[in-house]
Design a binder for this molecule. Structure first.
Ligand code: ZN
Length: 474
């Protein structure tokens, strides 16, 4: 038998959580064609993987790279950490369908630049990605916040019946054109006035397509319990699967609360479809004027449009330098994004260790000083939390990055090393993999990753991009 490529003698972690086993993996075209003892096979190219882990390419189910996949399609920040598939359109804000004209309200204006192309339909965005593909596979949720910006005349009030009907039709069309689910973000100003009923009407449309309601909940701090209850209620009323994005308990007063929230999720799962993901960091990142700074022990400015020179500096130091209070300094920096130290390490570990938690980066790759999760999330889990802290074993961690997100979001034939699946794969050294970046140097690529394949194409090798742009739209 013959293959294009044979990955020989690696320790295969297949993505299902099964223990690693020594073996070979055959790749022809864009598929894995065999695994196991393939010593009698020949190949166009043999790659010795002795002493290395061979795993499915990681799937990042929560990013904000909607525009970056068009403007920076090499996607080094993802490939360099072994990610081969991303899901955009999160937190209620997708790049499409966008019919609004003029300046975009935050946080959409944080995710998209002022001169970002505007796609009136999801199909137009999808076709553009197909014509000019990025280096990773992409899928996209359709954001309720974006639909609201398009259709609701005054964002400070609930949508009326007619507006809800128009948004539902637009969502229905976008999901028919390939959007993989609905995202909402009632935390953010453009959607804060939406009622539970409005969100439920949107969830009904997702349900009709057999797709998920994915949410940046109304509150992740003092009212996180109520926000979880609202999310579960929407799921029950719409008979729709719900997915809690980047689950956290924000603010000093809420540290330790994950014991309660995870128990709530566990209870809800007994009777309805609930899932969650999280990031492996105690700092979050979002737009600067979100009120988050009041819950944070420290705030770093990640990016500021009027003051790009302040990126990477502490908000408190900027205010002191300007001789102003924090709020005045913040106003001067807007539009801006920040990094907020608001979570407890104990909660981060408890949520990570919870058996149903999927790993995500929640990356926003804007400016010179983004949150280090943009470049370091997956190696940080495999290095810091698996090897050094022993929060879970390697096979479990990889399952949370591969087959679990693939199954949760309906990405067929992805997330597993198995005959017939797409040849998305990462080869790395379990002894050395780590995030090499930090808050001061956030864009340093991770270490320990040897090779990354996307749809059978070598895309990243020992820190260097191959130039391949083998991603497809899922
Ligand atoms: Zn979010």
């Amino acid at each position: 038998m013959h293959a294009d490529i044979l990955l020989r003698g690696g320790d295969i972690v297949d993505g299902t959580g099964a223990p690693r086993r020594r073996g070979d993996v055959a790749i022809t075209d864009d598929r894995i064609t065999a695994t196991g003892d393939l010593s009698d096979w020949t190949a166009g190219r043999d790659i010795d993987c002795t002493g290395r882990i061979v795993a499915p390419g990681f799937i990042d189910p929560h990013v904000h790279h909607d525009e970056i996949v068009l403007t920076d399609p090499g996607m080094d920040c993802m490939l360099s950490q072994g990610v081969t598939t991303i899901i955009n359109g999160n937190c209620g804000f997708s790049i499409a369908p966008l019919t609004a004209t003029g300046p975009l309200p935050q946080p959409l204006g944080m995710i998209l630049s002022n001169d970002a192309p505007r796609f009136a339909t999801y199909a137009a965005y999808r076709d553009r990605l197909r014509a000019d593909p990025p280096a990773v596979n992409t899928a996209c949720l359709i954001g309720h916040g974006t639909l609201r910006i398009n259709e609701v005349a005054n964002l400070d009030r609930p949508a009326d019946r007619d507006e809800i009907a128009v948004m539902a039709r637009a969502l229905d069309a976008a999901l028919s054109e390939g959007g993989i689910g609905l995202s909402t973000g009632p935390f953010y100003p453009p959607a804060r006035a939406s009622t539970t009923g409005e969100l439920t009407e949107m969830a009904r449309v997702a349900q009709a397509h057999g797709k998920l309601y994915v949410t940046h909940m109304r509150d992740e701090g003092d009212r996180v319990i109520e926000a979880l209850d609202e999310t579960f209620q929407i799921g029950r009323d719409a008979c729709c699967g719900v997915h809690v994005s980047h689950h956290k308990c924000a603010g000093l007063a809420n540290h330790g609360l994950s014991e309660t929230t995870l128990a709530m999720i566990d209870r809800a799962m007994q009777t309805q479809d609930v899932g969650l993901d999280t990031t492996p960091w105690t700092a979050s990142s979002t737009m600067l004027n979100s009120g988050r700074h009041r819950q944070a022990s420290r705030v770093i400015v990640a990016d500021s449009t009027p003051h790009p020179e302040m990126a990477g500096r502490d908000l408190a130091d900027i205010a002191a330098g300007w001789g102003t209070d924090i709020d005045t300094a913040m106003e001067r920096l807007l539009p801006a994004t920040g990094i907020f130290f608001i979570m407890d390490e104990g909660d981060v570990r408890r949520i990570l260790a919870y058996e149903h938690t999927i790993i995500c980066s929640d990356g926003i790759a804007r400016g010179s000083h983004p949150h280090p999760r943009v470049w370091g999330t997956f190696p940080r889990v495999l290095g810091h939390y698996v090897r050094d802290a022993g929060v879970f074993d390697l096979e479990t961690a990889i399952r949370r990055m591969t087959s679990m997100p693939a199954d949760r979001f309906g990405l067929r034939d992805r997330g597993r090393i198995a005959e017939g699946t797409y040849a998305d794969a990462v080869i790395f050294d379990a002894a050395t993999i780590r995030e090499a970046n930090d808050y001061a140097h956030p864009t340093r690529p991770a270490e320990g990753i040897d090779l990354v394949f996307v749809n059978g194409r070598e895309s990243w090798r020992s820190g260097v991009h191959s130039g391949a742009r083998a991603g497809v739209v899922l």
